[in-house]
Design a protein around this ligand. Sequence first.
Ligand SMILES: Cc1cc2nc3c(=O)[nH]c(=O)nc-3n(C[C@H](O)[C@H](O)[C@H](O)COP(=O)(O)OP(=O)(O)OC[C@H]3O[C@@H](n4cnc5c(N)ncnc54)[C@H](O)[C@@H]3O)c2cc1C
Length: 394
Amino acid sequence: MSPRIVILGGGVIGSAIAYFVCRDPAFRGEVTVIERDPTYREASSALSVNSIRQQFSTAVNIEISRFAIGFLREAHARLAVDGKSPTLDLVEPGYLFLATHAGVDVLERNHALQRTLGADIALLETPSLRARFPWLSVHDIAAGALGLSGEGWLDGYGLLQAFRSKALSLGARYINAEAICFSTSGRRVTSVALADGSEIGCDIAVNAAGPWAAAVARWIGVDLPVRARKRSVFVFTCPTPLEPRDAVPLVVDPSGVWFRPEGHDRFLGGVSPDAGEDPDDLPLEPDLELFEEIVWPTLAARVPAFEALRRTRAWAGYYDFNTLDQNAILGLHPEWENVFFANGFSGHGMQQSPAVGRGIAELVLHGGYRTLDLTPLGFDRVIADRPFVEMNVI
Ligand SMILES: Cc1cc2nc3c(=O)[nH]c(=O)nc-3n(C[C@H](O)[C@H](O)[C@H](O)COP(=O)(O)OP(=O)(O)OC[C@H]3O[C@@H](n4cnc5c(N)ncnc54)[C@H](O)[C@@H]3O)c2cc1C
């Protein structure tokens, strides 16, 4: 096996793929990652909330997270370079999905599937929620699903850098350049042209261009339903600590507004805008009105102590938003023999990077998935316009 593999985009997804390809003992080829901005200023991987959960509604997404948490717990060893281990600061206080009476059926259905697949999730009724989280207002809540382990958050930028460093140590090459188009022969891509006029020949191309993946797909006439959709993240403090501090989970309100602790005395929070108010490619200015009008009032109703919160900072990044079904699009496009896609993660790509890196490496090197079957996330449903629905998209 000695293909020349070119990966477009060196974010967490492109770097995870580079790592998993290079670590395959049978691999004798070359991996080149083309990344136009090594500072990752606008990359999703640098602007993420970096949380991981098992609480999805589809088996494949749950299995992806099952693998991810195991991988992340061992990342200090797996991604160590020259005896130096990355610190990813993984913590596992859980996610708490809250449901009103209207949402309980879905919560219970998801919980049953998650349990079947081995996820450590507890379904809590209102009195248990009140006892466990005395700072939470639950008057309108019928139940909550709490991750007892396997859910939490980490240093996502650290994970990107750890994949990148490990891939480099295993022989991958990173090029600081902008890719501008493909050359093709029949149904194959033969090279990638760079903005400086040079070309890189390849046997395999991988589109890992994050929110910009649709532009790369257009070079070969593929209509990829992935758009750059802005998401704002608000940082705030609260004069009254929520106790016990290290047991405060990432809380998802039935409205979709979420918050979680960040470090010792800060919180992050946000919400996705309504579908009708979510245009593509907005400048990355955080939407402060969204905070004032939606996020803060909802947070204060859910956690009375947040009435007195103080917003200290905010940022915005792009979701690589799959407009069909907000799920990843993985693998070959049927019209192209050697172009692989790993796009459209829609807000859950950080946690999916280990399983996606491993899966795409298997496809590229062995022609099929060998561990976890990621076929439900393939191109077929996109071409058939048949959404693969995931209920838990935040
Ligand atoms: C606010 C926010 C919160 C999030 N929260 C979570 C979360 O809690 N949990 C979770 O799992 N996920 C979360 N995500 C999603 C997650 O961060 C992304 O899905 C993931 O980082 C995508 O990684 P990527 O490598 O595909 O994309 P990116 O990190 O964007 O990397 C793509 C790279 O491709 C490069 N590139 C593009 N085009 C070209 C070109 N033509 N030539 C050269 N280089 C190119 C770009 O410079 C970029 O660095 C969140 C995202 C955002 C924005």
